[in-house]
Design a protein around this ligand. Structure first.
Ligand code: CO8
Length: 289
């Protein structure tokens, strides 16, 4: 089991080297230069993405974000995959948008080209995503983690929105998602000073749900992904949609959405199977229909 879950080594030996710096996970699979992609879990039903620009602390370049989107699209379309884990290295989940890439951009280029508009694919997925965060999750890195559905942190993780220190502000949801997660006072403090919070503070503030030792956080995220993936995929998507409604809608609208989705579960085989299995005292055998 440990071997199945030890991402880096297994990826390193199973990845085909195509040309310098370019890796192909499967012989017919897509090419990835900046990320490592795998399937994890006993049933291989957890998609796994590891940011792999370690020397630049996984700074989020356009190329890296395009590859994340590509891998997410593949997992979203794969009926076997029920959840996705995204992680970085022990030193950095991601230290933010690539400052070298941004340095000389003009307003006209940013506005005219809708700079960063394609960077939120992760927040539009139907399948749940668990972020396993070690090290720095700063700027766009913190925003990327917050686009995920669940955040697990390693004990040495640090979260921050330091854009103010380089003369800009968060641009991928940081002012909105951080404020919803930790409340106005702490979000303001972090965004206006650029100060970071550690894993324990992030847990206390509700930004992350669990903190684990550095070398355990990825395995724990995969275990969480497996638990989710072993449930009915269609029902999981409905539950995710309902929870996300809490961030978009008024209480009465959110409750209405929840009720509609709850009613909709009665149109599925899996709702019937789940309740029948309970009454027959056996494990449910979901078929995602
Ligand atoms: N962009 C580009 N390169 C980076 C970045 C970055 N964000 N962060 C680190 N690097 C590079 C460094 O330039 C350095 O490269 P080199 O070796 O070639 O000089 C290498 O990574 C190692 O970095 P350090 O030597 O600085 O490592 P330290 O351990 O001393 O410091 C820190 C680590 C504290 C993380 C430090 O690197 C740092 O402060 N980084 C910048 C953090 C930051 O300001 N992030 C916010 C960027 S702006 C942003 O994210 C806007 C969000 C827009 C939306 C994004 C959508 C997802």
């Amino acid at each position: 089991m440990a071997a199945l879950r030890t991402g880096v080594f297994r990826l390193a030996v199973s990845t085909m080297h195509c040309r310098p710096g370019v890796f192909r996970k499967y012989s017919a699979g897509p090419l990835y230069q900046y990320i490592l992609v795998d399937r994890k879990g006993h049933n291989q039903n957890v998609g796994f993405i590891q940011l792999n620009r370690t020397k630049a602390l996984n700074a989020l370049s356009d190329g890296l974000m395009a590859e994340i989107n590509q891998a997410l699209d593949v997992f979203e379309a794969d009926p076997q995959i029920g959840a996705i884990v995204i992680t970085g290295s022990e030193k950095a989940f991601a230290a933010g948008a690539d400052i070298k890439e941004m340095q000389n951009r003009t307003f006209q280029e940013c506005y005219g080209g809708s700079f960063l508009s394609h960077w939120n694919r992760i927040s539009t997925l139907k399948k749940p995503v668990v972020a396993a965060v070690n090290g720095f999750a700063l700027g766009g890195g913190c925003e990327l983690a917050m686009m995920c559905d669940i955040i697990y942190a390693g004990e040495k993780a640090q979260f921050g929105q330091p854009e103010i220190l380089i003369g800009t502000i968060p641009g991928a949801g940081g002012t909105q998602r951080l404020t919803r997660a930790v409340g106005k006072s702490l979000a303001m403090e972090m965004i206006l000073t650029g100060d970071r919070i550690n894993a324990q503070e992030a847990k206390e503030a509700g930004l992350v749900s669990r903190v684990y030792p550095v070398d355990k956080v990825v395995d724990e995220a995969i275990t969480c992904g497996e638990k989710i993936a072993n449930n009915s995929k269609i029902i999981v998507s409905m539950a995710k949609e309902a929870v996300n409604g809490a961030f978009e809608l008024s209480l009465s609208e959110g409750n209405r959405l929840e009720k509609r989705l709850f009613h909709s579960t009665f149109a599925t085989d899996d709702r019937k199977e789940g309740m029948t299995a309970f009454l027959e005292k056996r494990k449910a055998n979901f078929n995602d229909q």
